[in-house]
Write a protein that binds this ligand. Structure first.
Ligand code: NAP
Length: 320
């Protein structure tokens, strides 16, 4: 099979397309034929080697993918050959023609959802579900600011929050991104690159502020988020790419709670809850992954440049 192999950490170009053996499943392992793999920012952090969960070299990148069960180990009880699945991580990496996964690392992909969409399921929908419901305990009737709603996690967060009956404010940093967010049925959309968007959010909530902020770039926004936060509000730090000067009194004054989260830390029982919620949402159609671009596997390096350097407009996927 074709697979991307990383033999040294570094720039996107360290990802090389090579010929590799198709792995064989044993025990409770499942071999998945990959139809599309999701490209996530975390794939780029891991590739640099500067990450708490950096893999051992050599390795094949990728956590998210969608495809079909090709073979199963003797201990597999949940899956049969031919099942349509998405991966929630794997044992061998998803930027490849095939990936080996433990059976609990797979979710069922409804017939109505294409493989490219399936490749955009796990990291975005699991992260946003965990932030909204397992951390912030979001409830119908509350107001949430999805600060960075045009990307994979943000667009998924909008869909979850709308389905639960929250009032949803989304932001993007380009006209195309704002159009995409508006098209998701948000109640209001603002530009996070415009300094006045905090005042506009405050006005939209008639000065009360939002109950919850799902924050995609905390090092830029955390200090000013308090301008848009209601009393007793909750902020979930999902994305961060640096540091900032922060005034803790802001949290005291509003009796606020700041949650950190990393999907890496989520226990399997919480993941099982997320898989069940994703299956319901995809089947009923209120979850609908937005795919912006697909690249051939041979252009994995380009996809990594794009996910970090270009404005987001949904998810980027790789097709083997
Ligand atoms: P993505 O698809 O590349 O989207 C990035 C998002 O951040 C876009 O909506 C982008 O908007 C927005 N953004 C850019 N500048 C911003 C600003 N100044 N304020 C607010 N938002 C801004 O990435 P993703 O997959 O959605 O992931 C988003 C972030 O969460 C990444 O940093 C990722 O590493 C992190 N993440 C964390 C976890 C976790 O477990 N904690 C899991 C998954 C992802 P425009 O492009 O429209 O400007």
């Amino acid at each position: 099979m074709k697979a991307i192999i990383v033999r040294e950490f570094g720039e996107p170009e360290v990802m090389k397309l090579e010929e590799a053996e198709i792995p064989q499943p044993t025990d409770s392992q499942v071999l998945v034929k990959i139809h599309a793999a999701g490209v996530n920012p975390v794939d780029t952090y891991l590739r640099t080697g500067i990450h708490a969960h950096a893999p051992n070299l050599p390795y094949t990148p990728g956590k998210d993918a969608a495809g079909v069960v090709e073979a199963i180990g003797v201990g597999v009880t949940k899956w049969k050959i031919g099942d349509r699945v998405y991966t929630a991580d794997s044992l061998t990496g998803t930027y490849a023609g095939y990936a080996l996964a433990n059976e609990f690392q797979l979710g069922r992909l409804p017939e109505s959802v294409g493989y490219e969409q399936g490749a955009g399921v796990w990291t975005p929908y699991a992260t946003s579900y965990r932030a909204l419901f397992q951390k912030a305990k979001a409830k119908a009737g509350e107001t949430v600011l999805i600060h960075g709603a045009s990307g994979g996690v943000g667009s998924a967060a909008v869909q979850w929050a709308k389905s639960e009956g929250l009032t949803v404010i989304g932001t993007a940093g380009s006209e195309a991104g704002k159009d995409l967010v508006a098209g998701q049925g948000v109640d209001a959309v603002f530009d996070h690159s415009d300094d006045s968007h905090y005042a506009a959010i405050s006005d939209f909530t008639r000065g009360r502020g939002v109950d919850i902020i799902i924050e995609m770039l905390a090092n830029v926004n955390l200090e000013r988020d308090f301008e848009a936060l209601a009393m007793f509000g909750r902020i979930v730090v999902v994305g961060n790419r640096g540091s900032l000067t922060f005034t803790p009194r802001l949290a005291m004054t509003k009796d606020a709670t700041i949650y950190g989260m990393s999907l890496f830390n989520s226990p399997q029982s919480d993941r099982d809850e997320i898989h069940a919620a994703i299956y319901s949402g995809l089947s009923e159609g209120y979850l609908d992954p937005l795919i912006s671009r697909s690249f051939p596997l041979s252009e994995a390096a380009l996809s990594h440049h794009a996910v970090i350097n270009e404005k987001a407009n949904g998810k980027i996927v790789l097709v083997p």
